[in-house]
Write a protein that binds this ligand. Sequence first.
Ligand code: F6R
Length: 595
Amino acid sequence: MCGIVGYIGNNEKKEILINGLKELEYRGYDSAGIAILSEGELKTFKAVGKICNLENKCMDFTSRGFGLGIGHTRWATHGKPTEANAHPQIAEFSNVVHNGIIENYQEIKKDLQQKGHQFLSQTDTEVIVRLFEEYLKNTDDVWVAFEHMVASLRGAYAILLISIKAPDKIFYAKNGSPLIVGKGKDGVYFASSDTPLVGCVDRVVYLEDGACGYMDKDRFDTLTHIKPLAHNKIYAQKEGFRYFMEKEIYEQHKVLLETMMGRVSQEGIFLESLPSDFFDGIDMITICACGTSYHAGMSGKYLLERLARLKTNVAIASEFRYADCVMGKSELFIAISQSGETADTLEALKLAKKKGLKTLAICNVDNSSIVRESDGAILTRAGIEKGVASTKAFATQVMVLWILSVYLSHHRGYADTKTIKSQVASMLKATKATEVNATLHERLKRLSKRYLHGHGFFFIGRDIFYPLALEGALKLKEISYLHAEGYASGEMKHGPIALADSLLFTVALLPKHLLYEKIKSNVEELGARDATICAICSEDFESADDMVYINPADDYMEEFFSMMVVLQLLALEIAIKMGNDVDMPRNLAKSVTVE
Ligand code: F6R
């Protein structure tokens, strides 16, 4: 999704801005741009597509001496991915970059058009820079004009604005979208997430909602809540794999061990990041998340209810925000997010907090907005996830929820030492089950060729394998662009079975240790209507057209994690056969910071 960078200092601004944008590339974008203000001149460069196109555009440009610049990667929301719509958005003598959505942009635009402004783009962002210049007609004070402009905006935004009228300042405003400012020995930097800042600055301020101000080369130290930022850049490399997604599938067993480290042992479960009374008085849980994280949350519901006997609701964050849900004071609100910046999840969390609920983040990014906003956090420790289609983040989210369920089971007096020991043993086996076996991968490579046509996929499962089926379908549609739906297999005969014919591919999750006979009958019903069945099971299933065997397991969670890997690899191999860019699928962004 959109990314922002900014810089004030003496170094080559073009290079700094472009390097920063490259760090944000994996989040998904469709155009990019930079603007540099130096020696009284403001230069803007924009290009559609990859950052290398932008680099080509400004190949011959250099900026010497003191100056400043802003940069942006855009993921289209208002208007197509064209050069005119790319940021920076331009007015007469100012440029702006913006993440988020200006909800009242139509009103502002109409008003400005009546005052004679001619708009060059279809974006909501252009109103920011034009409104700023409109205010500047009535004052010589650039800051006052900026402040007035920000006060007129409604919506979510992170904004950087530069103007020839204030050649030593970057103006900023933040509401709902992340924005960080940092200082290093070479100058002051801005970015919408940590990654472009690592290695460039040693101190940062995570700006709060409502922050609005300006920065010059000396003002950083006047800010409050300055925090250190670690210097070591952790680069994610493909390490010989064809795609980051493939590498991330392969490293799941390793990151799952990290997730368990220090938390899971034969002596019990320890959640060292939370005070021991954190869960006191809690008698219900609401989990809120989006996409894959929502599927992890749904899986968590089965675990929390079965193991900890805690009533658990799971809500899609974008739905929760406006549903005026009934919330009780003894309810714990859990926000699950890989990035920690998903706008809908963040806003749902703020809403729950406002209603007085205790809040917990299950998140992969420390210091992210969701972690900072929550009363407590359990980090998933999946490491940087570069593939837009989430894999290892899902695995670690489910593991954290499992650990939490066993912890709460003990806390609430349901799990004795023997039960904890057996759950811990099961977690270790489940982790082992995610090690990718070469024969399995080869089998899925071959099998994928047979699933490139047809009119769609059903992924079916029961109980905790139902959210896994939803996740399998989501993975496939995200990267292969084939139509796929996940269903609770018991639901098939209530409607979806009408679609069954030989060109409908059904991927059936058949765990031996959970409701095996029940799901078997559901699959047989589909087979009887000629659907093509691909069964994932540890033993033969005679009604299947294709079998993917997982290793025999001792319990259903081990089967869950084995099947998760099969679904991820199946989606990967089908997408590769379709010729798609697996790591940057069309229309998708890694971190969805707009509503
Ligand atoms: C799917 C995927 C998305 C995210 C969703 C929430 O592969 O990556 O569905 O899971 O956008 O993102 P986070 O977890 O960052 O809040």
